[in-house]
Ligand binder design. Structure first.
Ligand code: HEC
Length: 97
């Protein structure tokens, strides 16, 4: 009886966690992943975003501007959506306030 109830509680908890994640935009989930993602994003930024022009200072734009700019550059830089998300994760830590 007790086991059954615990099982029921666990099932409810798991399914609500899944619902929460499903309701979150993918980018939000990614930006919630810490340190290593920022390092990877920084490496991707340096590697892919300084080929045609000098590396832009992340502090030059706010996060209201960066996603649009990176979207515009995505095709040019030939980066995947995942790489773009990591770059934005890094930029979010260094953008103009
Ligand atoms: C294939 C060449 C190329 C690559 C790679 C590239 N860019 Fe650019 N970028 C340009 C050119 C050309 C311009 C200037 C013309 C324009 O704004 O469209 C520019 C302009 C910009 C600007 C200024 C835009 C504005 O409106 O003032 C930003 C910011 C920028 N790039 C960011 C990036 C980032 C971030 C990356 C990496 C994801 C990147 N660029 C990769 C070619 C490139």
């Amino acid at each position: 009886m007790r086991t059954k109830r615990l099982f029921l509680i666990a099932t409810i908890l798991i399914s609500s966690a899944v619902t929460i994640f499903a309701a979150m935009p993918k980018d939000t989930i990614r930006t919630a992943i810490p340190a290593d993602s920022i390092k990877m994003g920084n490496a991707l930024y340096v590697k892919n975003c300084a080929r045609c022009h000098k590396l832009k200072d992340p502090g030059k734009y706010t996060m209201a501007k960066w996603p649009g700019l990176v979207n515009k550059m995505q095709k040019r830089a030939k980066i995947s959506d995942e790489q773009k998300a990591l770059i934005l994760t890094y930029l979010a830590t260094a953008a103009k306030k």
